[in-house]
Design a protein around this ligand. Structure first.
Ligand code: FAD
Length: 386
């Protein structure tokens, strides 16, 4: 029941604080953020919040009274600037020092910038990048496409520029990505693939081949970099993320890392996942480990993206698959893609098939030996398999 300091008051850090109290931790908990606002969720920033359907009050995880009642000390605008591991203490920008028995790094990630373009990570970012007129989204990943969907629904003229030959190349199978692009195209969104931006100027975007696109708003969604500087300067092992063991411990056993900033074992691979599921599950796991449970982190990853009325859901991590089997009917707009590496099921992507998604998560959690030939049989029943 020693003092816990959590750096980063986002999805993962907030979950860790809440779970620590739920598990009966009696020591002090200090949750330190740098955005000057109560901890809030980010997914709606390119969905309902950007659309104007909900306000900031709908994004916060808990009201301020929750933190007071549960004796969680919130420090919201005084970021941690250094960690002294020998003294077990962090120093804040104001110069204040806070001691810890266990430190949890939940510093998240930040968008890769493109000079002149907006990025969307915070409420302030979303507020300053409301879609209007000619909109150019750089990057056909989830952030760029969600932004494009909202902009298109708001009546904007939308162009998506992508350096790769196809959309969502890092995260989705060709089958699912092609469908997503088709849905956008039907709404009038234009795509330029194999296209590089050379400059973003006032009112226009210039491509490497000389094409000039009019642009009232330019949003870049070209990936994120993990916030690892604090860990690096403290001498912790960092390799595209703060490296942690299955119990989310860094190279210093008193220090943990969770969420977007953490690199961990997933099967035989080391991964860093940028999704709510990972932040929430690792927040809960770190609380369990600190309060004495030996359960390692091992939940099945999942993700969702909403674009127009289309819901894309991914169970597992499908990156690196070499075989994809489609079930359902893409033309009807509701189908799933089972992604395999050899005979091993890596994950399932579902479009407007929420039941498939839930069953697929169950299947993956139970390590069911589903092979491509089984899925390819007409009438394959996921419910029976699960
Ligand atoms: P964050 O939530 O980013 O929190 C980290 C916090 O730490 C930040 O507030 C940061 O400012 C703060 N911080 C950093 N350094 C310091 C310091 N030194 N001192 C104090 N504070 C510090 N995921 C999904 O699963 N589905 C979605 O549909 C989806 N949509 C998204 C849409 C958008 C626009 C964005 C930006 C993300 C989306 N995500 C989605 C991803 C998801 O929101 C993130 O994976 C999740 O927020 C990660 O949680 P985290 O706590 O690791 O990081």
């Amino acid at each position: 029941d020693g003092a816990i300091v959590i750096v980063g008051a986002g999805q993962a850090g907030c979950q860790a604080a809440v779970s620590l109290r739920e598990r009966g931790h009696r020591g002090t908990i200090t949750l330190i953020g740098d955005e000057g606002a109560l901890p809030y969720q980010r997914p709606p920033l390119t969905k309902a919040y950007l659309q104007g359907d909900i306000g900031f009050g709908d994004l916060v995880f808990r009201q301020e009274t929750y933190y007071t009642e549960h004796d969680i000390t919130l420090v919201l605008d005084d970021p941690v600037v250094s960690v002294d591991r020998a003294a077990r203490s962090v120093t804040l920008r104001s110069g204040r020092a806070v001691g810890y028995e266990n430190l949890v790094l939940a510093t998240g990630s930040r968008p890769r910038p493109i000079p002149g373009a907006h990025t969307i990570r915070t409420v302030a970012d979303a507020d300053s990048a409301r879609p209007q007129g000619h909109v150019v989204a750089i990057g056909a990943g989830f952030i760029g496409l969600e932004y494009a969907a909202v902009a298109s629904e708001a009546g904007c003229d939308v162009t998506v520029i992508e350096a790769q030959p196809r959309a969502l190349a890092r995260v989705l199978s060709e089958e699912t990505a092609a469908h997503v692009v088709q849905v956008h195209r039907r709404r009038g969104v234009k795509f330029l693939f194999n296209a590089m931006v050379s400059e973003v100027r006032e009112g226009e975007v210039v491509l490497a081949d000389g094409t000039v696109l009019p642009a009232d708003v330019v949003v870049a969604g070209i990936g994120v970099v993990p916030n690892v500087e604090l860990a690096q300067e403290a001498g912790l092992t960092v390799d595209d993320g703060i490296v942690v063991d299955p119990w989310l411990r860094t190279s210093d056993p008193a220090v943990f890392a969770i969420g977007d900033c953490a690199r961990f074992h997933h099967g035989a691979e080391q991964v860093r996942l940028e999704c709510v599921q990972n932040a929430v599950d690792q927040g809960s796991t770190v609380a369990a480990v600190i309060t004495g449970s030996a359960e390692p982190h091992g939940q099945v990853p999942w993700f969702w993206s909403d674009q127009y009325a289309m819901k894309v859901q991914i169970a597992g991590v499908t990156t690196g698959h070499d075989r994809a089997v489609v079930t359902g009917d893409p033309i009807s707009g509701a189908f799933s893609v089972f992604c395999f590496s050899g005979d091993r099921l890596l994950g399932v992507e579902s479009v407007n098939k929420p039941v498939d998604h839930v069953l697929a998560r169950r299947l993956l959690a139970a390590n069911c030996p589903i092979r491509p030939e089984m899925v390819a049989v007409p009438g394959f029943d996921l419910r029976t398999a699960a």
